[in-house]
Design a protein around this ligand. Structure first.
Ligand code: PMP
Length: 451
């Protein structure tokens, strides 16, 4: 057996892949990536693929970005890891200062962890404990989250999540969460349309907040864009209203920007688009530019102060992961943010976003494209069986998956969320590459759906 064949066999024999039906996986030859270069992934046979999903939201400036490569190598010459329990380390301090300087106003403290799920878990625990330590006869022990929410795979983050196929089996173990509708305008449950609806879907949130604010610690939201739900973008003004209402009813707002952070929506953070600031901000994914598993939860001074006291008062936040504040991760994140500044990444995105929008128009005309949702450098292309009735394909047909597999043969990696195709290339994508991505998506849709 050649080295390559052996790797493929060993993968099937030993590796359990995430969110993957292994029976199906084991029946195919796995695609194994060996290298990366700019906006391309390269497999063990040397075939190149455009990285159309930024290796799942993380690759910001492309693969093998020399500044980030160098920062990690330099940090390796100093130290790879030292704990934040009882000790500080240099990159974690510098990064915290940097994050506070770019985050929405009012966020002053940084708590590190290592994944988006843990960043959310920490946010929930901080909010919960804050009320417990500041309210007499505290009853604020519940959360509001949105329909279609996805915040990670740990128990707390699953409890505020709502996507049935991910959480249904675990429901007996999850805590109850109030649920408000997230605006999925293409399939509006109120049968209204924006802007005439005047954001009527917010009424339920307001009712929940009015009637239950005494029991609610926080409202958790994916600002501007629900990723895993199918790239559902909220209409202008929605996020701002959520912020206004949570303030009015004295409930924390937790913004989960694990996916939307670091330029994805065209601004550094989605919250910046509507000029709002949450009480707690969750960051992950693009934080290190796609290099190291690092996450951060940012809070206000007000929240932080509620955890101060004598040891004996037990107000401490008793939470921490072994790799919390890992120096290699923090060094990568610092370099990532330096590149944002040096290359004026955000400022230069505008042209690409406009081009992306224009190119996506081309998909609107296809018979089985129901809706093309787009914000910044991320798009969701919802495929439907019937455009008039908006009837979906039967789920067993796995149309979205078939399109992605066809695109792969043509040299593009994209992923489906059900029958919504996700396109979110690195921010470093070049115009010609963007054109090629949308062209391949178009060809693959036509090939699979027949027109
Ligand atoms: N929150 C959001 C909005 C996400 O999209 C994700 C991951 N897709 C997470 C949290 C969980 O992040 P992780 O996979 O790093 O745990």
């Amino acid at each position: 057996m050649t080295g390559k064949r052996r790797l493929q066999e060993l993968d099937k024999l030993r590796v359990w892949h995430p969110f993957t039906q292994m029976k199906e996986w084991n029946s195919r030859t796995p695609l194994i990536i060996e290298k990366g270069e700019g906006n391309y992934l390269i497999d063990i046979n040397g075939k190149r693929y455009l990285d159309g999903v930024s290796s799942l939201w993380v690759t910001v400036h492309g693969h093998r970005k020399k500044e980030i490569d160098r920062a990690i190598k330099n940090q390796l010459d100093k130290i790879a890891h030292s704990t934040l329990l009882g000790l500080g380390n240099v990159p974690s301090i510098l990064l915290a200062e940097k994050l506070v300087s770019i985050a929405p106003r009012g966020l002053k403290k940084v708590f590190y962890s290592d994944s988006g799920s843990t960043a959310v878990e920490i946010a929930l625990k901080i909010s919960f404990q804050y009320w417990e330590q500041t309210q007499k006869d505290n009853k604020k022990i519940k959360f509001i989250a949105f329909t279609g929410a996805y915040h990670g795979d740990t128990f707390g983050s699953m409890s505020v999540g709502e996507i049935d196929i991910f959480v249904k089996k675990y429901r007996p173990l999850l805590f109850d969460t109030y649920r408000a509708p997230y605006p999925y305008c293409y399939r509006c449950t109120l049968k209204k349309s924006y802007p005439r609806c005047k954001l009527a879907c917010l009424e339920i949130l307001e009712i929940l907040l009015r009637e239950h604010n005494r029991e609610i610690a926080a409202c958790v939201i994916e600002p501007l864009l629900q990723g895993a739900a199918g790239m559902i973008s909220s209409p202008p003004g929605f996020l701002k209203e959520v912020r206004r209402l949570t303030k009015k009813y004295n409930v924390h707002l937790i913004a989960d920007e694990v996916a939307t952070g670091f330029g994805r929506t065209g601004r550094m953070f989605a919250c910046d688009v509507e000029g709002i600031s949450p009480d707690i901000l969750c960051l992950g994914k693009g934080l290190t530019g796609g290099y190291m598993p690092l996450a951060a939860t940012l809070t206000t001074d007000k929240i932080y102060r509620a955890f101060l006291g004598d040891q004996s008062e037990l107000k401490t936040f008793f939470h921490g992961h072994t790799y919390t504040g890992n120096p290699l991760g923090c060094a990568a994140a610092l370099a990532n943010l330096d590149v944002f500044k040096k290359e004026r990444t955000i400022e230069r995105l505008n042209g690409k976003i406009k081009l992306f929008k224009r190119l996506l128009m081309d998909l609107h005309g296809l018979k089985h494209v129901g809706e093309v949702r787009h914000i910044g450098l991320v798009a969701g292309v919802e495929l439907v069986k019937d455009r008039v009735t908006k009837d979906p394909y039967p789920s067993g047909a796995r149309t979205g998956n078939a399109v992605c597999m066809d695109a792969r043969d043509r040299g593009l990696i994209i992923r489906p969320l059900g029958d919504t195709l996700v396109i979110m290339p690195p921010l470093s994508i070049k115009e010609a590459e963007l054109k090629r991505i949308v062209k391949i998506v178009r060809e693959s849709i036509i090939k699979v759906t027949g027109e």
